[in-house]
Design a binder for this molecule. Structure first.
Ligand SMILES: [Ca+2]
Length: 382
């Protein structure tokens, strides 16, 4: 489904019911990209896991060398063949409670080389795009009544989803408890009309929907990465590691990513230095020179989400898959009426108690036509 129905590519299928409660009515279920982990609490952790888990083979970097000069702010990702996916991380340090079943089987994938933005797209970069084109993001456009049948007119106002921590403990199975639809939230006002990005030029832009990201990428002569490209890049040539830098979440005690410390969602100790979004590149890059491939903000990928994507790929007679672009459609059994796009990398809201999707092989998903204040993007260029 689309929130505003502006793009044929993300139009809901005929007869689909736009889940009003998701965005306009009650707040957030559709667009809150954090994974519910109901299933996880029912599962028992594995007895043991080896580093990286089973099924990984070495990454073989492609022969393609970069041609020409690097585009500004981009680094060359050599491409090659790698093992894509995630072993069950439960029981590992910072492994979280979710078995991550949709990230298996681990399977071999080839991607061609490409350029990738060294960081998430920043507010300053997005402002340059808006200044040049006059582009108005989806969060700034009034929702159309026909897209939200039955919605009270007072709810048909521009806005976005904002993380709104509760005052006290809440069950982690109900993400309504910490997401709110906030009128007036947009990329210039990430948490609502009284907020601002003044002095935050280097923060990743948020409150941008999938089509907003594509519009930026088109203007910049780039595109969104496929999920396979994103994971190949995030792994930085390592094979089967838990994180973009290796298997130790805090090597030498050092924080390597902006995630959540404390008891999510009410207690945020910000031990890593950032209670919310961090300016880009405040944490070390991976071996390819990419910053913030774990944590900070989720990053949009081009692919549709399905939980069986990897199973289909592993069963294909053509091995390894070459430059896969994901399935032709979306299905999320947790919210069957909604189309979802891939999100990767987790955000500053990810915690080992909830949604440990800073783990490099894990997958996220999000309703594409809504913005929120923990989803951004970066681009690639062939
Ligand atoms: Ca943090």
């Amino acid at each position: 489904m689309t929130r505003r129905g502006i793009s044929p590519s993300t139009k809901p299928p005929p007869g689909s019911v736009l889940p009003l409660v998701a965005v306009i009515g009650m707040g957030c279920s559709a667009a809150a990209v954090v994974w519910a982990v109901c299933r996880a609490v029912l599962d028992r952790p594995p007895a043991a896991a080896t580093a990286g888990g089973f099924g990984f083979q070495a990454t073989v970097s492609g022969p393609e060398a970069a041609t020409g000069t690097a585009p500004p702010g981009m680094v060359w990702i050599p491409g090659g063949e790698f093992s894509m996916g995630c072993a069950d991380p439960r029981g590992r340090p910072a492994g979280g409670p979710d078995p991550m079943r949709d990230a298996r089987p681990i399977h071999r994938v080839h991607v061609d080389g490409f350029w990738m933005d060294r960081t998430e797209v920043t507010n300053a970069q997005f402002r340059e795009f808006v200044d040049a084109t006059g582009y108005v993001t989806i969060a700034e456009r009034p929702p159309k009544a026909e897209d939200f049948p039955g919605a009270p007119p007072e709810n048909l106002v521009p806005g976005g989803l904002v993380f709104t921590p509760p005052d006290g403990p809440v069950p982690l199975t109900n993400h309504y408890a910490w997401w709110a639809y906030v009128p007036g939230a947009d990329w210039r006002h990430p948490t609502g009309p009284d907020s601002s990005i003044e002095g935050r030029d280097d923060d990743p832009v948020v409150q941008v929907a999938h089509d907003d990201a594509i519009a930026f990428a088109d203007w910049a002569g780039k595109r969104l990465p496929t999920e396979a490209e994103w994971e190949f890049a995030a792994r930085g040539g390592l094979s089967g590691s838990l994180f973009p830098w290796g298997d130790d979440f805090r090597p030498g005690g050092r924080f390597m990513a902006n995630t959540w410390q404390g008891v999510f969602p009410g207690e945020n100790t910000a031990a890593d230095g950032f209670a919310g979004i961090a300016p880009v590149a405040r944490f070390p890059p991976n071996a390819y020179g990419l910053h913030d491939m774990a944590g900070n903000v989720w990053e949009r990928c081009a692919d549709w989400y399905r939980p069986d994507t990897y199973a289909v790929a592993a069963d294909s007679p053509v091995q390894p898959a070459r430059n896969p672009g994901g399935p032709p459609d979306s299905f999320d059994p947790q919210e069957p009426g909604q189309n979802k796009r891939l999100l990767r990398g987790g955000s500053y809201l990810c915690s080992e108690l909830y949604c440990a999707r800073y783990i490099v092989g894990t997958r996220g998903k999000g309703e594409p036509s809504s913005g929120s204040n923990h989803v951004g993007f970066r681009c690639v260029k062939p």
